[in-house]
Write a protein that binds this ligand. Structure first.
Ligand SMILES: [Zn+2]
Ligand SMILES: [Zn+2]
Length: 250
């Protein structure tokens, strides 16, 4: 069972992504485009973090048409999904947009802090106190998203992504992750072991896995791939963590 639950098609074609999945023995690939890549969503929601380049979709129908191109690929089940931002001020707009269609899988992501500050912003104050406060705020927003019913999502993605812009982490980050995993478990959500972050910050992804092991929270593996050669990246590392901490995978 080799599932990759997180991938994108704004920089590479869906055919090339599914072909890469087949080549790397992925039996189920979820294509989960960012809600911010849809023009109508950008008009309704003020996103603090968006892709500057890459394909924009004019409608969900425009996006869903892509899946017809890979309907008959043997050996790879392709799921129709979205990666959806949780933004407190735009919960209802985002809910209304996402509920226009039925989805096989929904990922929930935090890409911005309060006030629309991009999570990956590298120019924020990096002294220990500021960094620590930012991490606590980030974890709180993620808990809020897990408790929210703004969309019926399955997975909270990359729960340690803040490290891209704020590399200094609190000493008790593992405990904070345990608190997050408890909330996820309570609400029937999985936390993601993210393939991109397994390259950048493997020790922080390990903390996510360990927290899930301690709380019996489920995990989801997602490569977060934008190009074919990233499909199922670091899957071996994720499986190593899943076995080490004996976690249930979705
Ligand atoms: Zn993301
Ligand atoms: Zn993504």
């Amino acid at each position: 069972m080799h599932y990759d639950n997180h991938s994108h098609i704004i920089l590479a074609s869906i055919e090339s992504m599914v072909a890469a999945a087949k080549k790397t023995q992925v039996s189920r690939l979820s294509v989960t485009e960012h809600i911010s890549q849809f023009t109508f969503a950008r008009q309704a929601v003020k996103f603090g973090s968006v892709h500057e380049s890459g394909r924009m979709f004019s409608s969900f129908d425009d996006y869903l048409k892509e899946f017809e191109k890979v309907r008959n690929i043997d050996g790879v089940q392709v799921r129709r999904g979205l990666e959806v931002d949780y933004i407190r001020d735009f919960k209802s707009e985002i809910h209304d947009a996402v509920s226009m269609k039925k989805w096989d899988v929904l990922l929930c992501s935090i890409h911005e802090l309060r006030g629309g500050i991009d999570l990956e912003e590298k120019k924020l104050p990096q002294d220990k106190k500021s960094a620590e406060e930012r991490w606590r705020e980030y974890i709180e927003i993620q808990k809020e998203a897990l408790k929210s019913d703004f969309i019926p999502f399955d997975v909270l993605t990359h729960p340690e992504r803040l490290a891209v812009g704020t590399p200094t982490v609190p000493e008790d980050l593992e405990e904070l992750m345990v608190e997050l995993a408890k909330v996820a478990k309570e609400h029937g959500k999985a936390l993601e072991l993210n393939g991109a972050d397994l390259s950048r910050t493997p020790d922080l992804v390990r903390k996510v896995a360990s927290a899930c092991g301690r709380t019996r929270c489920k995990v989801s593996y997602g490569s977060d791939s934008h190009y074919p050669d990233q499909v199922s990246r670091n899957f071996d590392l994720a499986i190593g963590l899943i076995e080490k901490y004996q976690i249930e995978v979705i």
